[in-house]
Design a protein around this ligand. Structure first.
Ligand code: ADP
Ligand code: MG
Length: 700
């Protein structure tokens, strides 16, 4: 199962390459941000974002100003700056058959320019042609080469994302050296797909992209980039299937139900289940009854009522005598789940416990004992649930709430606690199909489409912060009528210019108006302090809660009917939607106010209007995908979920479906990834850093 030796050159540290000293090495490590040293593979996967075309060789007279040209020049004379006038450039006069041109160098030291461009000789010079005082000139040419060395000038040159201190030249040289060490690898794409798309081999594709002969070689819609995008998708899909096979195909336990406990929970509910809640519960019970492991994603917009579905699943598992664990992303949410779940569960005769990282030792020990003895049926908590010390008597079901903060590897780690435990993952982010495939291809999906009955639409308005006085007057009137309000401000980095109102600023300003009806909660407070403030808000002692986005996920205060979001232009669409979902949870009509600071760009306005015009999370998610890209939607930046380097969704996403299907048929016919094709696929997984999935493949 070890890495194919053919890939060894790609996994070499760049420091082993001649010309990469400690300084450049450190710079590359920072830039590529890996854990260890940057390796050759990192360079290979570093895609150009554009290119410079130096093929224009039309002579000085025809060289268009503002564009890159390559000229064959006869060098006539040099004029160095007069002594003590370092601000003046060094000028080189040159000509060809069509005209004259000036080559200009600022702050040139020493006489290297004389050596580079010897008078009386010919050189190929490439750079951007400009005009100064009516004379054509090139300032700091990109390339100057001897006529005999013309071959060494890259006529079509990729342009890479760079960082301070890293030049295109240095990077290009390293990338080219890497491409040269790349061996021809066995083909992993299935023949039928290659018949449909006449793509180059992986090696050819990498060569075209990094050492293009013509611009189309490295264009996003060119065959080379298409192939590489497909490869990346295929690696991702295959890895997900491997994960899925360990989760699902691994033996689960076939659960049976008496209907007793679930019946009691259902009759304790103060409302009727919606049709989609009912359907989801039925399907989950079917999953639980199967001898394979459940791995299901429950999608439902904010307020769709996912918690009850989870509770019914946990109650069903309890009927067979097994335990359930529900993991929330924050202690605040875990505590909130306790408050909703505990009364209902206890009416049904179940014991519920909360386990967090910050509990007093004695309390924690008691909870751990209850979990180990089986006295506790349902445990709620944060990721602390799945750390070493926790031993379950019989863990049957793991529920993960607000899934988008957890990645595939976390999913694997937590089902490890219960070897046969079923897995239910809940997410409030409506996820478009393409993203479900890329991030949750290993899971089955249920969707809660309809919202609980009696929900009122939320009146959403977009206003400039210039209307602050009016906003305050209206807020005061609503508060006097008994309403409660959230006032959300963006997180402000200390480094940011203080043009942005922070939660502290807004809290101070609102206190001047509303006195101690206002409270503040933000991410830097301790969990206990946050909880205390939230409790006072829930108890209606606090009327206005000023908050950073800590309230983003899951917080449920039905009496809160006003959501004011300041600097709404700084939030993502998904985030705004989540925030707005904090209101409109009770029977009263709710309002959401999106306050922006002028000037507002066209796109920013379009985004705010999207939120104003629809409450459909799926519509918003699709728009968000268009406007911001997938990383933001799923919060991958924080959670380190799989991102794509080579595939660009806008151009390549149609290939995802092919990769998905191909991965499935490969996995069906060759689940051990054996034989030559299996070897090829393993190499693919290593190339795209998905090899973590490989040890999961069961022998035989
Ligand atoms: P989310 O899907 O965002 O996690 P919750 O599970 O927190 O939503 O439910 C939101 C609110 O809706 C809660 O107050 C819950 O009690 C209530 N609720 C859930 N299901 C129903 C239903 N079928 N009818 C009425 N209210 C419901
Ligand atoms: Mg929830």
């Amino acid at each position: 199962m070890s890495r194919p030796p053919a890939l060894d050159p790609l996994f070499r540290s760049l420091r082993s390459i001649k010309g990469v000293g400690p300084q450049l090495g450190a710079l590359l490590n920072r830039f590529f941000g890996g854990e260890g040293d940057t390796i050759a593979l990192d360079l290979l996967m570093h895609m150009p974002t554009g290119l410079v075309d130096r093929r224009r060789m039309v002579g000085i007279a025809m060289a268009p100003p503002g564009h890159t040209s390559t000229l064959r020049l006869h060098i006539d004379r040099h004029i160095a700056p007069p002594r003590g006038r370092a601000s003046q450039p060094h000028r080189v006069f040159a000509h060809d058959q069509t005209g004259e041109i000036l080559l200009v160098y600022f702050r040139a030291q020493g006489n290297w320019i004389e050596k580079l461009l010897p008078v009386g000789e010919e050189r190929f010079v490439s750079g951007t042609v400009g005009i100064f005082n009516g004379v054509k000139q090139i300032t700091h040419p990109d390339y100057v080469v001897d006529v005999a060395d013309f071959e060494t000038m890259p006529l079509v040159e990729p342009v890479y994302p760079l960082t301070h201190g890293l030049t295109t030249k240095a990077l290009t040289k390293l990338v080219r050296a890497t491409v040269e060490t790349l061996p021809e690898l066995p083909e992993w794409i299935v023949p039928e797909r290659l018949e449909q798309f006449p793509w180059p081999t992986f090696r050819e594709a990498m060569t075209k992209v990094h050492v293009p002969k013509e611009p189309s070689d490295s264009e996003l819609w060119g065959a080379a980039r298409m192939r590489l995008a497909y490869d990346e998708y295929l690696a991702g899909q295959l890895a997900l299937l491997i994960v899925r096979s360990t989760l699902v195909a691994a033996k689960g336990i076939s659960r049976s139900f008496t209907g007793e406990i679930t019946g009691r929970v259902e009759s304790a509910l103060p409302f009727e289940l919606t049709d989609s809640q009912q359907l989801a519960i039925t399907i989950i019970r079917e999953d639980l009854a199967k001898p394979t492991r459940m791995s299901r994603l429950l999608q439902g917009d904010v307020g769709a009522g996912k918690t009850v579905v989870a509770l019914m699943a946990m109650a069903a598992v309890a009927e067979g005598g097994a335990q359930s664990a529900l993991m929330a992303p924050t202690e605040l949410l875990a505590a909130q789940h306790l408050r909703t779940i505990q009364p209902l569960a206890e009416k049904a005769g179940l014991t519920v416990a909360l386990l967090t990282g910050k509990q007093p030792a004695a309390e924690r020990r008691a909870v751990l004992e209850g979990i180990a003895s089986g006295a506790v049926n349902i445990v709620l908590g944060t990721h602390a649930l799945f750390q070493g010390a926790v031993e379950f008597a019989d863990l049957g079901l793991v529920v993960v709430d607000e899934q988008h903060r957890f990645g595939v590897s976390q999913r694997l780690a937590l089902t490890d606690k219960g070897r046969h435990a079923d897995l239910l993952v809940m997410t409030a982010t409506p996820i478009p199909r393409t993203l479900v495939l890329t991030h949750f291809g290993d899971m089955d999906v249920s969707v809660l489409r309809d919202k609980p009955r009696g929900r009122q639409p939320i009146d959403t308005a977009v206003l400039s912060i210039g209307e602050y006085d009016r906003v305050i007057a209206r807020l005061r009137a609503r508060i006097e009528q008994g309403a409660q309000a959230f006032w959300v401000t963006p997180l402000v980095e200390e480094s940011e210019v203080l043009d942005v109102v922070s939660a502290e600023d807004r809290y101070a300003a609102l206190r001047d108006v509303f006195g101690d009806q206002v409270a503040l909660v933000h991410g830097r407070m301790s969990a206990a302090a946050k909880q205390e403030v939230m409790d006072r808000f829930k108890a209606n002692e606090v009327k206005i809660l000023v908050a950073t986005t800590v309230i983003e996920v899951g917080v449920d205060v039905p009496n809160a009917t006003i959501m004011i979001i300041e600097h709404a232009e700084r939030f993502g669409l998904a985030q705004l939607h989540q925030l707005r979902g904090r209101v409109g949870r009770g029977a009263q009509r709710s309002a959401c106010l999106l306050l922006y600071k002028e000037p507002l760009s066209e796109t920013a306005r379009a985004r705010l209007e999207t939120i104003r015009d629809t409450e459909d999370g799926f519509v918003i998610a699709e728009r968000d995908l268009d406007l911001r890209g997938q990383g933001d939607l799923l919060g991958t930046r924080q959670s380190g979920m799989p991102g794509y380097h080579l595939a660009v969704a806008d151009v390549h996403k149609h290939l995802l479906e092919y990769a998905h299907n191909d991965a499935r048929s490969i996995w069906r016919s060759n689940p051990g990834l054996t034989g030559p094709h299996g070897e090829a696929l393993r190499a693919l997984l290593y190339l795209f850093r998905k090899d973590l999935a490989l040890p999961l493949i069961r022998a035989g």
